[in-house]
Design a protein around this ligand. Structure first.
Ligand SMILES: *[C@@H]1O[C@H](CO)[C@@H](O)[C@H](O)[C@H]1NC(C)=O
Ligand SMILES: *[C@@H]1O[C@H](CO)[C@@H](O)[C@H](O)[C@H]1NC(C)=O
Length: 379
């Protein structure tokens, strides 16, 4: 901190009048000094592959950000996704932003070994807006860095493979959130929604973002070099409402109608800039919306017949934009180098309130239930 203040004073002894009010507000982006080869990309809706005759692949990232438990795995993940292939014959990708409470870490390792991306969704997944609004840098590091420690320890996944983060309720808290992510060595955030009519592709925060800032969140204004924002692309739901979680789009109907609605949302983007799409899937959608499971299955089957549409992880989306190729040259990234390394144990643990929590782990049980401030669950 002293260092930053000193630097600022040194900088400002030569600076001109009329400095922006924020001492560190990021500069406007210019594609001349922000190039992908330097791990920099201006915020925009421009697709790096803009050749109409040889267009970009339409990438779709299906994302799940709820506790990984046996019923989710058995009832939905296994039947919907495990045998599913992209048009190139490779298995599809998915991203799981894993929160801590109730999560079974042996299943998290299983998903990782199957090739899916494991990301981070905080330890507490606290449902209070106020909680996140009040959170300090240290709180956020404990929430997100702490959850990375929990996942890497108890699911035995290399910490460096956990690169993506999504904040609960998509409640980004501006620069302090990004600082916490950077300090916890994450690469990208997937919490910032776009309007369905203003699609953005992933970009870095080296320079000021031009993505619209919605009222429920605080947007970063400072420069965070090489940190990526993978926007969540809104789609249109019932009565054309803007939405970004399949459950909150409130579309009802027959399985055919639900499938057609989703295919239409993909067609709109595919026919436009081919910005990658993010679909947020919550399993409660399947229990409270009739025909949603059948409709979603139908959608997955139909979309799988389009040879330029690929279901991938958000990490794969960022990797693609770092090395963009057209659909004809795209191959679904395969992560088949991960081997199972899990000695399953069931732990009965005391949580911070004195209550009991059960946790399945790939390594011997900790002393107490891991929590914010004590991710290793030490006595
Ligand atoms: C959420 O935050 C509030 C304080 O804002 C706290 O009282 C509550 O215990 C927290 N819940 C969890 C699950 O951490
Ligand atoms: C795609 O765009 C073309 C013209 O830009 C239009 O004629 C066509 O109807 C569009 N298709 C879909 C599925 O939106």
């Amino acid at each position: 901190m002293m260092m930053k203040v000193a630097l600022f004073i040194a900088f400002c002894s030569v600076c001109v009048w009329g400095l922006p009010t924020s001492e560190k507000a990021a500069d406007r982006c210019n594609t001349n000094n922000c190039k992908i080869e330097d791990d920099c990309r201006c915020s925009s809706g421009n697709n790096p592959i803009a050749d109409k005759d040889n267009p970009a692949p339409q990438l779709i990232a299906i994302t799940v950000s709820e506790s990984v438990v046996q019923t989710l795995y058995d009832d939905y993940l296994a039947p919907l996704f495990f045998d599913r292939k992209n048009p190139d014959g490779n298995p599809i990708g998915l991203t799981f932003y894993v929160p801590h409470e109730y999560t079974d870490y042996t299943l998290v390792q299983d998903l990782y070994v199957r090739g899916y991306e494991i990301g981070d969704h905080s330890i507490t997944k606290n449902g209070s807006q106020e909680y996140w609004r009040q959170a300090t840098l240290e709180d956020l590091e404990e929430e997100f860095g702490g959850q990375k420690t929990i996942i890497s320890t108890f699911a035995k996944i290399p910490a460096e493979d956990i690169v993506g983060v999504r904040t609960p309720q998509l409640q980004l808290e501006g620069d302090v959130s990004i600082d916490a992510y950077v300090n916890s060595e994450f690469k990208y955030d997937n919490s910032w929604p776009t309007m369905s009519t203003e699609l953005f592709l992933p970009y870095t925060l080296d320079y000021a973002s031009t993505q619209r800032c919605t009222v429920t969140m605080k947007c970063p204004t400072e420069s965070h070099p090489h940190f990526w924002i993978a926007p969540i692309t809104n789609i249109k739901g019932a009565n054309d409402i803007e939405c970004n979680s399949l459950a909150t789009c409130l579309v009802e109907g027959t399985a055919d109608e639900i499938s057609t609605w989703l295919l239409d949302q993909v067609a709109l983007v595919k026919n436009d800039t081919r910005a990658p799409l993010t679909l947020r899937l919550d399993s409660y959608w399947f229990s409270f919306t009739k025909n949603s499971y059948e409709g979603f299955t139908k959608f997955l089957e139909e979309v799988g017949t389009q040879d330029d549409v690929f279901l991938v992880s958000v990490q794969d989306v960022v990797d693609w934009i770092e090395n963009p190729v057209p659909a004809t040259a795209y191959a679904t990234p395969v992560h088949d180098d991960r081997t199972k390394d899990c000695k399953e144990v069931s732990c009965t643990l005391t949580n911070i309130d004195g209550g009991v929590r059960y946790m399945k782990s790939c390594v011997p049980c900790p002393d107490v239930y891991p929590w914010k401030g004590n991710p290793l669950g030490e006595a």
